[in-house]
Design a protein around this ligand. Structure first.
Ligand code: AMP
Ligand code: GLY
Length: 437
């Protein structure tokens, strides 16, 4: 089979690597890919937001299956475009992608289906958002409140404000921060307190299969200091959720969500990602993502033992609309499949450029990659690299590399990942030393 992966980050490198382990895959293509991905896939110079270009490419070439990495392509309707031409693709359709692309849509959906979440209100202008705060519904001037841009904002659209004054500045600055379109509506939320867990699953429109629970370390600085980033590291760890907690999340969040999507006419097929806050009052849903996380995926997929193409087949086999390529019944369904994961834990340490996230400095030669790769049980996923004229990898983005390790315990996975990370260097490289601690 020929597989096309859409995207260019560490997540897509990990997705390509999972396909590369499948005995059913002949060739992997990645649009647009990056210099690390080019080691295992043929990179195709079409951007992830060029939906017409991608549809044209997949129609004109022998592509048996396409896998979408990121939310931008999904929100633009890549799945609808591919399916209307009979091309097999993994990801939710445009309407289901609204669960991530519009925070107000997601919150209203949670409310309609009784999914536990933070109290919220949607304001249609910054002025109304300020009035909502002043009404006192979100507590007094000293109460923390969360300010969110409605639209996609690449991780920049959420400000956890310590008090009303900070919230008002966040409201007034949101359009400048994320663009007027994404900030057209503002969602205000009660600030929840607790530990965060990310729970991802494969979903076929009706059924689901959970992946190992993960934790993402979002802030740039150790001890969770400084601004939010795309993610500075992740772990997978079964002990992040007890069986009772998992059952509660399944009953209160997952079943109502998948049933709600089906009932509203957009059955969810693809990867569903729940960002959950474990509060004193039980688990509450912070957000839906409609795709794999980055860098969660790096930690998750290195543990996948089942053939990734078989899982994709199962996602496609679950119920389908007539006339599209879903609905094949000749393969195992998700519930029939017993997806196998390597035992133990995994950890990913993100190596980032100086100045990330505000103003990353790029173009530096990366040293020591070969030495890091020599250490057993390590995977290095490229996020922001390019090949220099002399064949050396250069930094080309904020997040540059992810170093991922699997081991029987979390401590061992972290020790292996950090030991490999220490082999790598470039001018201004920064990483957190407290991932998983
Ligand atoms: P989101 O993109 O909605 O997941 O928000 C990004 C991050 O902001 C989350 O991972 C949390 O750390 C934080 N956050 C979002 N909503 C809330 C909330 N209601 N209370 C506390 N923290 C939140
Ligand atoms: N690491 C968080 C995300 O992918 O949204």
């Amino acid at each position: 089979m020929n597989i096309l992966v859409i995207g260019s980050g560490g997540r897509e490198h990990a997705i390509c690597a999972a396909f590369a382990r499948s005995s059913r895959v002949t060739k992997i293509l990645c649009a647009p890919g990056n210099a690390g991905i080019a080691q295992i896939a043929e990179c195709v110079a079409i951007k992830a937001d060029d939906i017409a270009g991608l549809v044209k490419y997949a129609s004109a070439n022998v592509i048996d299956l396409t896998f979408v990495g990121g939310e931008t392509s999904l929100a633009l309707g890549i799945v609808d475009g591919f399916e209307s031409r009979g091309l097999k693709i993994i990801g939710p359709e445009k309407q289901a992608a609204q669960l991530e692309a519009s925070k107000s849509f997601a919150k209203d959906f949670m409310a309609r289906h009784g999914v536990p979440t933070a109290k919220y209100v949607t304001a249609h202008s910054p002025g109304f958002a300020v009035l909502e705060l002043e009404s006192g519904d979100f507590g007094d001037e000293a109460t923390p409140v969360v300010v969110k841009a409605d639209g996609l904002a690449a991780g920049k659209g959420v400000v956890v404000a310590a008090n009303r004054a900070e919230a008002i500045s966040a409201i007034n600055e949101m359009a400048a921060l994320v663009g007027a379109d994404a900030a057209e509506k503002i969602v205000l939320e009660e600030c929840l307190v607790g530990k965060e867990v990310s729970l991802l699953m494969f979903a076929d429109g009706e059924n689901f299969a959970l992946m190992p629970p993960t934790r993402d370390y979002k802030r740039i600085g150790e001890g969770d200091a400084g601004p939010n980033t795309g993610g500075m590291g992740t772990i997978t760890d079964a002990s992040l959720l007890t069986i009772e907690q998992t059952n509660r999340i399944v009953d209160k969040m997952i079943i109502p969500t998948l049933a709600g999507c089906a009932a509203e006419g957009f059955p969810f097929r693809g990867i569903l990602f729940l960002g959950i806050m474990m509060t004193a009052d039980g688990p509450k849903l912070l957000e839906y993502n409609v795709r794999f996380g980055d860098p969660e995926t790096q930690s998750i997929l290195v543990r996948l033992e089942t053939d990734f193409v078989d899982i994709c087949d199962a996602i496609l086999a679950g119920g389908g609309k007539s006339g599209n390529p879903r609905g094949s019944k000749s393969v195992s369904s998700l519930p029939e499949m017993n997806i196998r994961w390597k035992s133990g834990n995994s950890a990913t340490i993100v190596l980032a450029s100086k100045g990330y996230p505000d103003n990353p400095q790029t173009g530096y030669v990366i040293h020591g990659l070969e030495n890091a790769e020599l250490q057993g049980g390590i995977s290095i996923f490229h996020a922001g690299t390019t090949l220099g004229p002399d064949g050396k990898f250069l930094t080309s983005g904020g997040r540059v590399l992810g170093v991922t390790a699997v081991a029987e315990s979390l401590d061992d996975a972290l020790a292996k990942a950090y030991s490999a990370a220490e082999q790598i260097s470039w001018d201004g490289m920064q990483y957190r030393r407290d991932i998983g601690k």
